[in-house]
Design a protein around this ligand. Structure first.
Ligand code: HQG
Length: 187
């Protein structure tokens, strides 16, 4: 295959998730506290790393992304992932929001024992991620194995002072979820 073979949008999206959430140093880019990085540098450095896409393709990936994972700065020169970060440079500000009465968390059956012991913790990311609907949560859980959807009593959590945030793409975030707020269903 040609060295400069263009990438599919999905590959670009995966690559952007990797460097904008977890591993900017892979291509020598820097994320600011709000997660933004300079697009020109990103494209040039990605190219040197063997990942070839241009500004037009990046714009298309941002616009068409199924989960709206990315956001451009107002002037179009910077890009960030809106949630999902594990990188310590990023300390994103989100406005606290009142959550719906319940939210869902998709996980894998193999994690249930540990979750029953410790509750939901952020693992490598900065927050526990919660979904507004159980179908989405099922898909999130299936990434890790046989999926199971947990129902979180967010009304009580919120009433008891736990803080929730919603990323620009609708994903809900909170620091952790204690076992007492989790409905495991039949599991
Ligand atoms: C589990 C995707 C053992 C947790 C999704 C999950 C989401 C525990 C895994 C976003 C645990 C972490 C985030 C405990 C939590 N013991 N396991 N105490 N507490 N876990 O990938 O929520 O498509 O870091 O249940 O859609 O799966 O990439 O988090 O299974 O919104 O945009 O530890 O990533 O978005 O896995 O997914 P992850 P997640 P994108």
């Amino acid at each position: 295959m040609h060295e400069k073979a263009s990438m599919h949008d999905k590959e670009v999206s995966r690559f952007l998730s990797r460097v904008l959430r977890h591993k900017p140093e892979l291509i020598g880019i820097v994320l600011d506290e709000q997660g933004y990085t300079d697009i020109e540098t990103l494209i040039n450095n990605a190219c040197e790393f063997g990942k070839h896409f241009d500004y037009a393709q990046l714009l298309a990936v941002v616009a068409n992304n199924d989960k709206q994972r990315f956001q451009l700065s107002d002037d179009g020169t910077q890009i960030r992932a809106v949630q999902g970060h594990s990188h310590p440079s990023v300390k994103r500000h989100y406005e606290p929001q009142t959550p719906p009465n319940v939210l869902y968390h998709g996980t894998a059956v193999k994690s249930l024992d540990s979750i029953k012991q410790h509750g939901l913790t952020a693992q490598s990311r900065h927050y526990v991620h919660l979904s507004a609907d159980s179908d989405t949560a099922t898909k999130v859980g299936a990434r890790h194995g046989k999926a199971v959807v947990l129902t979180i009593d967010t009304a009580t959590m919120h009433a008891e002072g736990h803080v929730f945030y919603q990323a620009e793409n609708g994903v809900w975030l909170t620091e952790s979820v204690a076992v007492g707020y989790i409905d495991f269903g039949s599991h």
